[in-house]
Design a protein around this ligand. Structure first.
Ligand code: SF4
Length: 487
């Protein structure tokens, strides 16, 4: 995902996180890691390192614009963390950018968070009653202040984090700097991804004796494995649901923060958010997307001449659909790679014209053809409608839309910016009504069973709250997935 057009709506992931502990080169490494997870948030970016005190740089915009090479030089030390953000809670302002830093009796603390805490309002209110003041509106500050509060009572940062995990409910993959220690934490349901890796020896040039495997340069954690690979690192494993990993340049220790609960990996990470070359909880995202396309071809075949992906989001799904349906695939829509972020345009008309600037049909591929247009998901439907229109204007005889994610019917409260049912075309419309809105000759989504098959995990180990309206954690006013319903 790059926040570019090519998706039929405006869902936005909250964040990418990265953490590092290494003898040398941590600021440039964090910079590279943040670039690798830039797709997870383009609103702001920040890095904090510890070297006898916290040093932080954060700013609005893309990673390459926030950090200048000269400035990075002042981020010294052997442990650090970084963050790219798109807001789902808290508005788009610099004070909401991560890392969120606070001072405590035990020293400075910096936090980067991916996810959403569903009970943050209650915790905030109770901390405020005890005299705590908050600077930002975001739920991540609630976590860090709660942590600071616990740290003053606990005998170690790990014990303090354990207490915090007993209070917060929701999705959280965290990186924290507590003095010269890095903590990496994943919520007990493993909703958001977090991977652990080792750095090559080049990050520890003075290292003696030489490491056995060439990866004695220190440790890294990141939202996605691609950020570890960007450093030439070796992915070791996923941080386990409910685990706290304590890291210094020379030591790594695993602690159980909370008992692992019923798993709920976000299915949308596989469908759309993560980079296709990432591996999440043992499944390669690219492979899942191709399988989704193949499954879709099985479930909703169509007589057609050519399969056209919506670039870039629908490319792997389209490949699977073409393969599964025995159809040729061709790049019938071209993207202008230098235009960014349609989704911030304030009204729908702007959004639609934004689509036109970013995507353009290739006439020779679609003219006179029965086209299958494949994308990963539809959120609002406005972009898809514009794409179908464009293909017809370019001479397509028929346009059949196939979508590699089941209909998104309910909001996400766990870190994805799909806030209300009103924003979701599938919340209250039948398949025929949606087809009419997008203007296609036919429309089909992959089924929820098909999604389970493609991701190849036990269906119950996935969060599908936005598909089913049944959430893995208790959300006020919504149905918990363990709850019985009458329909
Ligand atoms: S509700 Fe949907 S988008 Fe949100 S965490 Fe669950 S699967 Fe992911």
């Amino acid at each position: 995902m790059d926040g570019l057009p090519g998706r039929s709506g405006f869902a936005r992931d909250k964040c990418g996180v990265a953490g590092i502990a290494a003898p040398e080169g941590i600021a440039p490494a964090l910079y590279q890691m943040l670039r690798a997870v830039q797709h997870r948030g383009q609103e702001s970016a920040g890095i904090a390192t510890y070297d006898d005190g916290l040093q932080t740089i954060k700013g609005m915009g893309l990673v390459e614009n926030v950090f200048q090479a000269k400035e990075l030089e002042r981020l010294t030390g052997k442990v650090g963390l970084g963050h790219t953000r798109y807001s789902t809670t808290g508005s788009s302002r610099l004070e909401n950018a991560h890392p969120v830093c606070v001072s405590s009796a035990e020293g400075s603390i910096a936090l980067g968070h991916n996810g959403d805490i569903v009970n943050s309002d209650q915790i905030r209110a109770s901390l405020q009653e005890s005299g705590w003041a908050f600077i930002t509106e975001n739920d991540s500050e609630v976590i860090v202040r709660l942590f600071a509060n616990q740290l003053s009572k606990a005998d170690s940062p790990v014990a303090a984090m354990r207490s915090v995990m007993g209070e917060i409910v929701g999705a959280y993959s965290l990186v924290l700097l507590v003095g010269d220690k890095l903590l990496a934490v994943r919520d007990p349901r493993g909703i958001k991804p977090l991977a652990l890796g080792k750095l090559p020896d080049t990050y520890n040039p003075a290292g003696t004796p030489a490491s056995e495997d060439g990866y004695g340069g220190g440790y890294v954690v990141a939202s996605e494995t691609v950020a570890i690979e960007a450093l030439g690192g070796k992915v070791v494993r996923d941080v386990e649901p409910g685990e706290i990993v304590e890291i210094t340049p020379t030591m790594i220790a695993s602690h159980r923060g909370r008992p692992s609960e019923e798993l709920a990996h976000c299915m949308f990470e596989y469908v759309y958010f993560s980079r296709a070359d990432s591996v999440i909880d043992g499944r390669e995202v690219y492979d899942v997307r191709v399988r989704l396309g193949e499954q879709l071809a099985k479930e909703a075949p169509v007589e057609a001449d050519v399969v056209v992906p919506v670039p870039d989001s629908g490319r792997s799904h389209a490949l699977g659909f073409a393969r599964g349906g025995g159809l040729p695939m061709a790049e019938g829509l071209m993207k202008n790679r230098y235009v960014h972020r349609t989704f911030i345009m304030p009204d729908q008309e702007d959004r639609a014209s934004g689509v036109r600037i970013k995507l353009n049909p290739v006439k020779s591929i679609v003219e006179g053809k029965r086209v299958v247009l494949v994308d990963d998901s539809i959120v609002r439907g406005t972009t898809m409608n514009r794409l179908v229109e464009m293909l017809r204007e370019a001479g397509a005889q028929e346009v059949h839309v196939r979508i590699g994610c089941p209909p998104i019917k309910a909001p996400c409260y766990l870190g994805i910016d799909m806030n209300t049912r009103e924003e979701l075309i599938a919340a209250d419309k039948s398949m025929d009504e949606i087809r009419d809105v997008v203007g296609a000759d036919s429309l089909a989504y992959v089924s929820i069973d098909g999604l389970d098959i493609a991701i190849d995990k036990e269906g119950d180990s996935l969060c599908k709250g936005c598909l089913t309206g049944r959430y893995p954690v208790p959300v006020p006013g919504e149905v918990h997935r363990k709850q019985q319903t009458l329909f």
